[in-house]
Design a protein around this ligand. Structure first.
Ligand SMILES: [Zn+2]
Length: 860
């Protein structure tokens, strides 16, 4: 059946088949273009859409544009892990450029309720941030950016001038340079001279890991909240320098889809987003619809996608007085691919993104005053909400681990939330917070809504279906001690504002007479210190019993299980090296204490066999499962702790000699590409004394392959078909998808209890409770061995997020971590993901303990 969109597509394909005519046809034809402005083709030597633009070409062209056009300036705001520049173009009328700082400042004042009333909105341009290709293998975004920039710089005429006069465009042409480049490389290198639309063709099938993610395989469209990557850190700084009125977020989805633009599912909006945001989004939608109707492109709205998790590019702005809009284009994933809608060509995908880029600009121009007023009202309302809020301040601390607290406060600061050092000792109910060690975060701040969302512990929702996670309570992820103040904090309580500049160092003292050093394992960066010592062949021991330690005349310090001990007498030749590493440890916030005697007043003496020597680790991470989780491990070890890890693909494991490795890490996923030789090798590795550290669903794979047998708790069937003998209650056919979604565990936070005397629990406080993040249905039975379940779920474990009653009942009392002994070795099975998105600082320790101390575990 001939359809208008198919006809347009055919026309495009015909145009696209010749090298010359092609995609510049995307640009409006009824416009005169300034001949002095270079076209993308003149710079690149090919038309946009003909090949995938490489990142350096994209940056090169846009820099040239900025050097030629006085409407365009460019600045680099960050470098990716792969050292690629992230740039921002500012495009507006020349007269606006001349007073750009004044425009920016007036605009920012709208977000300051104390000063916003006086800002004149009539003469103020609106600010729109156009963000492309945060997912690198969704390339129509990064490829349309040069066309949009060219159009804005080169188009002439009255209408266009009105746009430039009234709108400041901040264009982020590629939010994820490393992933974008990975994909461009793949697509360009597997295209033939003749376009091959067969979905099975190599060009359309990326290898592991896909270009979606960044260098360490993180989804940057989840990192707006934790902001653990340079791309997001730079972007947030840029965001808050402007606080734009509109933020566009261009994506792609499956090839068989059509086009989506927001609003998303209304019931799944973040509850702290004001309804006006949704209304404004709807007004934008009318413009997008008209633009796509104009070429007969199919599209949909208010389905599937939502604005709930505030760490996404289209949701973050909604909670900052902006309007964030998500666009999703069916992907050609390559140059041309068949779909249920006919062949999808790369130029076609670019064309749709061009049209909605244009409709967004038009809508911004039209809604300028409403958008500016929305910003002002949003922040005025925020303050009113804060004043009405029961909670007047949050108090947080991380006893004995100032580094972890610092990293938490850094996140708040990136979101423009102010924290103050606690100036006096404070008791709230049964909790004590020490002066100078805790921080106070008053709720009466302009960013009240975001702050509330960071601390929220929701367990009830409008709708129990989530596109992403259902909980992200930051204080729980950091395992902080926290309390709420219901009175406005007194001025005397508030010390210095946290600025982020001064990292909490620990000053150790090092003397010739020192006999041994104790390293406090509670410091977040202590594993980095331990690794450096072991890499230098220093003899390091770990205490399996508590002890006291004479640190000076009449000075005694208490140490718990897991404290590290570095005896100097048995390795005098290493003294200088050791002292150098331990001074570095202080810079990382790790406390080091010296003693001059091996005799302790209480507990084990320094020569006791309860100090076990820690073996030098050699770590292997099997890749091929979840690239996110593998990337989280790699990032944690490599970036944060400077610990090397060998990455080996599952299908290549059979070729690796495992005898030298101390631990093999498997993250969630199925490793079916591993040959039977690889599986046998892994079995032998454990049998002969190796440690397997397995997280999430990889535990099921290990069990299925009989490498580590595990007792699972019964699962509620995930599919709608129940295997029970009695027929289930009849349900409407159309409800099947929703019913299945309700049975998922979709990113919720639960409370567990840690055995701090177990090597896996070292560094946690005695009887500590530990919030864990779970997004799977791997339910483990506690071990039959009484000593081998170091972490177990509480009886009423739900802290935040959605979970069905059946799943909650299964989780209660189940094991979070189980150690399974096999032969000379063992597997440490962690049911959840302890390293989620690089901000679960609280559970990182469980994982790191398993790596370093796993080899010491013997099931009693
Ligand atoms: Zn995407």
């Amino acid at each position: 059946m001939p359809h208008r969109s198919t006809i347009v597509l055919i026309v495009l394909l015909i145009a696209g088949s010749t090298a010359t005519a092609a995609p510049l046809a995307i640009l409006p034809k009824d416009v005169v273009y300034d001949a002095a402005i270079p076209t993308p083709r003149s710079y690149l030597g090919f038309e946009i859409g003909e090949r995938h633009i490489q990142h350096h070409q994209l940056v090169g062209y846009l820099r040239q544009l900025a050097s030629v056009s006085d409407r365009v300036t460019v600045e680099e705001y960050a470098r990716s892990h792969g050292r690629r520049p992230l740039i921002m173009l500012t495009i507006t009328a020349v007269k606006n450029h001349q007073e750009i700082e004044s425009i920016r400042k007036r605009h920012l004042r709208l977000a300051d309720p104390a000063r916003s009333a006086k800002v004149a909105i009539k003469p103020l341009p609106a600010v729109i941030n156009m963000g492309y290709s945060v997912h690198g293998n969704e390339p129509s975004g990064g490829n349309v950016a040069p066309l949009v920039a060219y159009y804005l710089a080169a188009a002439t005429g009255e209408q266009h001038q009105a746009l430039l006069d009234n709108v400041v465009v901040l264009m982020d042409p590629c939010l994820n340079p490393d992933g974008f480049e990975r994909f461009a490389h793949w697509a360009n290198n597997h295209r033939g001279a003749v376009p091959n639309p067969d979905p099975n063709h190599r060009e359309h099938r990326e290898p592991w890991p896909s270009g979606r993610t960044n260098y360490y395989w993180f989804d940057l469209n989840r990192d707006w909240l934790p902001a653990q990557h340079p791309e997001s850190q730079g972007r947030l700084a840029m965001y808050h320098r402007w606080k734009p009125n509109v933020v566009l977020d261009f994506h792609e989805m499956g090839t068989d889809a059509t086009y989506f633009f927001q609003p998303g599912v209304p019931a799944r909006n973040n509850p702290l987003t004001p309804s006006r945001t949704f209304k404004l989004t709807r007004q934008f939608a009318r413009h997008h619809a008209a633009a796509l109707d104009g070429i007969g492109s199919l599209y949909y709205t208010e389905e599937r996608f939502d604005d709930f998790y505030m760490g996404k590019g289209s949701t973050y702005p909604d909670l900052h007085g902006s309007v964030g809009i998500l666009f999703e284009q069916a992907s050609s994933r390559g140059h041309l691919q068949e779909s249920v809608n006919g062949p999808v060509s790369f130029p076609f995908t670019i064309r749709n993104q061009f049209l909605t880029s244009m409709s967004s600009l038009q809508a911004t121009l039209e809604l300028r005053e409403s958008l500016l007023d929305h910003k002002r009202t949003f922040y005025q309302d925020a303050l009113a909400l804060a004043r009405a809020s029961r909670v007047k301040a949050h108090v947080v601390a991380a006893p004995h681990d100032p580094a972890r607290l610092h990293r938490f406060l850094e996140i708040l600061a990136r979101h423009q939330i102010q924290s103050y050092r606690l100036a006096q000792r404070l008791r709230i109910e049964d909790q004590t917070f020490e002066a100078n060690e805790a921080f106070v975060i008053p709720t009466e701040q302009p960013e009240f809504r975001f702050l509330e969302d960071l601390f929220a512990r929701r367990t009830e929702f409008n709708e129990n279906i989530f596109y992403d996670v259902s909980a992200w309570t930051l204080a729980l992820a950091f395992q902080l001690q926290s309390a709420e103040l219901t009175d406005i904090p007194a001025k005397t309580m508030l010390g210095q504002v946290f600025s982020g500049h001064r990292f909490p160092r620990q000053i150790g003292s090092f003397n010739k007479t020192d006999l041994a050093y104790a390293i406090d394992w509670r410091g977040y960066y202590a594993p980095k210190t331990l690794h450096q010592l072991l890499a230098d062949d220093v003899n390091v021991r770990v205490a399996s019993e508590p002890f006291d330690f004479v640190t000076g005349p009449e000075q005694v310090q208490h140490f718990e299980h897991g404290t590290l001990l570095v005896p100097l007498g048995i390795q005098p030749e290493k003294r200088a090296k050791i002292v150098r590493i331990l001074r570095d440890a202080g810079r990382d916030g790790v406390a080091v204490h010296a003693t001059t005697t091996g005799l302790t007043p209480n507990g084990i003496d320094l020569g006791s066999s309860s100090f076990q020597r820690v073996p030098k680790p050699k770590l292997l991470l099997v890749t091929g499962g979840s690239s996110y989780e593998a990337g989280e491990v790699w990032h944690l070890l490599d970036q944060r702790l400077s610990i090397p890890v060998t990455l080996v693909a599952d299908r290549q494991l059979s070729r690796v000699d495992l005898t030298d490795y101390s631990a093999v890490i498997l993250v969630s996923g199925s490793y079916d590409a591993m040959s039977s030789t690889g599986v046998a090798k892994l079995s032998r590795f454990v049998e002969t004394g190796g440690s397997i550290i397995a997280t999430g669903t990889s535990i099921e794979w290990l069990d299925k392959n009989k490498i580590v047998e595990t007792a699972f708790r019964g699962k509620v069937a995930e599919s709608a078909v129940d295997e029970a003998s009695t027929p289930p209650l009849r349900r409407p056919y159309a409800a099947a998808d929703v019913d299945a979604a309700l049975r998922l565990v979709r990113g919720s936070i639960f409370e567990t209890r840690v055995d701090h005397t177990h090597p896996v629990g070292y560094g946690y406080a005695p009887q500590a409770t530990l919030p864990v993040f779970r997004n799977n249905r791997v339910f483990l039975e506690p071990s039959q061995n009484a000593y081998s379940t170091p972490v177990v779920y509480e009886a009423h474990p739900l802290l935040a997020g959605y979970v069905s009653a059946e799943n909650l009942a299964t989780i209660a009392g189940s094991a979070s971590v189980v150690v399974v002994q096999r032969g000379q070795g063992r597997a440490i099975l962690i049911a959840e993901n302890p390293n989620l998105r690089a901000f679960w600082y609280g559970t990182n320790r469980l994982f790191l303990n398993s790596l370093f101390f796993g080899p010491l575990v013997r099931n009693p």
